[in-house]
Design a protein. Sequence first.
Length: 224
Amino acid sequence: MSVVRTLLLLPLGLLALQASLCHAACVEVDSDTEAVVDRGFKLGCIYCKMRGEVQATAWVDWWFKAKDDVEYTKIYTYENQKWKVLDWRFQGRLYWNGSKNTADLLDGSIYIVNMTYNDTGIYNCSFYRKLTFSNSNFEFESHIIKNITINVVPGTTRGMASILSEVMMYVTIIGLQFWLVVEMVYCYRKIAAAGEEALRESAAEYLAIASESKDNCAGVQVAE
Ligand SMILES: *[C@@H]1O[C@H](CO)[C@@H](O)[C@H](O)[C@H]1NC(C)=O
Ligand SMILES: *[C@@H]1O[C@H](CO)[C@@H](O)[C@H](O)[C@H]1NC(C)=O
Ligand SMILES: *[C@@H]1O[C@H](CO)[C@@H](O)[C@H](O)[C@H]1NC(C)=O
């Protein structure tokens, strides 16, 4: 079954590879907004650099306003490959999912494990960037804020029907391929047998003709 799965996933894998090969271009993908309770969730925040060639440093703050909160609270900060979780509600549950091993960040995403209904609310990604033009000592700072409204929904437990239909799909695929192989072997044998039969027949025919002509020849010889 895993072989079939691998074969089915191969084209997807190739696509993913292709995507990763040309990831040089930055795209500001919007974050997902629906989290499932008890699962991990990635809060996406990408801020592309318009001047890719210019040296830059960037830092990111995340703020959070729960459903019943009046104000935003700073929950996380990341700068120069150092980070800090600033709110007890996210202590030990919040991880960096952004650009790694660089101070020149493009991706400021974070990851929260074990989402609870209390994590419902508005998250605020505050992304700062400082461009440094080396030849002129000129510095330019830019800042964006992205609001992400997160809804935490109950886990979707997979129904029996869904599991059953997946199993049936694999059974069907394997069954069809097996049937195809059996059919091919059967046809091959049949053709081979028919070929042999034809060969035998033509050989017999040849022998018959040969013996006949021998007789004829004998007749001729006799007549001579
Ligand atoms: C997340 O939930 C799992 C399963 O309930 C638990 O084992 C794990 O300790 C939890 N992790 C955190 C950081 O709460
Ligand atoms: C995001 O962080 C989590 C927790 O550290 C990790 O399990 C996951 O693989 C990370 N995902 C990416 C895309 O970096
Ligand atoms: C959610 O918040 C309520 C009220 O502050 C608290 O009583 C409850 O324990 C929290 N639940 C979780 C899973 O953190």
